[in-house]
Design a protein around this ligand. Structure first.
Ligand code: G
Ligand code: G
Ligand code: MN
Ligand code: NA
Length: 255
């Protein structure tokens, strides 16, 4: 069977699941949110990571129903944690592929996930890679504006690695920049990456955007980012992505 066929079956047979990585306030180390990351529990191969199937799903368009599953499963989970009193004020970050914008489908998917689960729109943050700039058109632009008007939060993922015009930062309704882990991994040692990180922090301040640093693995990286005004972060230093049960046990604590 082709990967596409197997993946279609996986969706029908409920073989996908989400892991969750905490996002923390660097000042307090309190967990303020989680990023949902999809995995495929293949009966033959065990746990398959998204690197092995997301780009194939993007090529075939299967990413659209897959992305809808992720949205609804993630919103359901955060809503459950809220009902248990474990997740007050927390946000759920979900990665979305640029293909999900086609036909304004993303707007419909988000409306449906929120209305079915009862999650407040302010609790949902959509992570959109910087490469959305490459396909920027009226459909994408108006979808982003509709989502913003609904109260959903928008973040630019992998910031600094791809194509992003600063002009778009001024004009598009993003709330958050996520500093790519490729820059974080070489601070504070590498002066070029140190410059990039401090420049992104200054840029975010100027545009009044929140910043989340990704891929924090050492206490030195953590301290450098916090001391340079980066408010939020995630990475293996605080926690790897976790199964829902493990993550639930961490909620209400420091990561
Ligand atoms: O979880 P992991 O670290 O292996 O993730 C690898 C990549 O897969 C990351 O770039 C992440 O953004 C992407 N990814 C994970 N989950 C999803 C998802 O639900 N939808 C999309 N479009 N990408 C995802
Ligand atoms: O593209 P995106 O930013 O969504 O990708 C997130 C990916 O980064 C996931 O695959 C996640 O497992 C991974 N990740 C999260 N924290 C760390 C970290 O501290 N180090 C490394 N190497 N990868 C990380
Ligand atoms: Mn992401
Ligand atoms: Na990223």
């Amino acid at each position: 069977l082709t990967l596409d066929t197997r993946l279609r079956q996986a969706l029908e047979r409920d073989e996908l699941l989400l892991h969750y990585q905490p996002i923390v306030a660097l000042g307090s180390r309190n967990i303020v949110g989680v990023e949902a990351l999809v995995r495929w529990n293949d009966p033959d191969r065990g746990l398959v990571m998204p690197g092995a199937f997301i780009s194939a799903a993007e090529d075939t368009g299967l990413i659209v129903p897959l992305g809808e599953w992720v949205l609804e499963a993630g919103c359901t989970q955060l809503r459950d944690w809220q009902k248990q009193g474990k997740a007050d004020g927390m946000t759920l970050a979900v990665n979305v592929s640029t293909r999900q914008f086609e036909g304004r489908r993303l707007v419909k998917s988000v409306e449906q996930a929120l209305s079915r689960t009862g999650l407040a729109p302010e609790c949902l943050e959509l992570e959109i890679t910087e490469n959305v700039m490459l396909i920027m058109n009226d459909e994408v632009r108006s979808s982003l504006e509709t989502l913003r008007d609904m109260g959903v939060r928008l973040s630019l993922d992998d910031f600094g690695t791809g194509y992003s015009s600063l002009g778009y930062l001024k004009e598009l309704p993003f709330h958050t920049l996520k500093i790519d882990q490729s820059f974080v991994s070489k601070i504070p040692g590498q002066s070029g990456d140190r410059q990039i990180v401090t420049t992104i922090l200054a840029l975010a301040k100027g545009f009044e955007l929140q910043v989340i640093a990704e891929g924090i693995e050492t206490q030195e990286q953590y301290d450098f980012l916090r001391d340079h005004g980066c408010e939020f972060g995630q990475g293996y230093l605080m926690s790897r992505p976790q199964a829902a049960d493990n993550l639930a046990a961490m909620l209400g604590q420091h990561a």
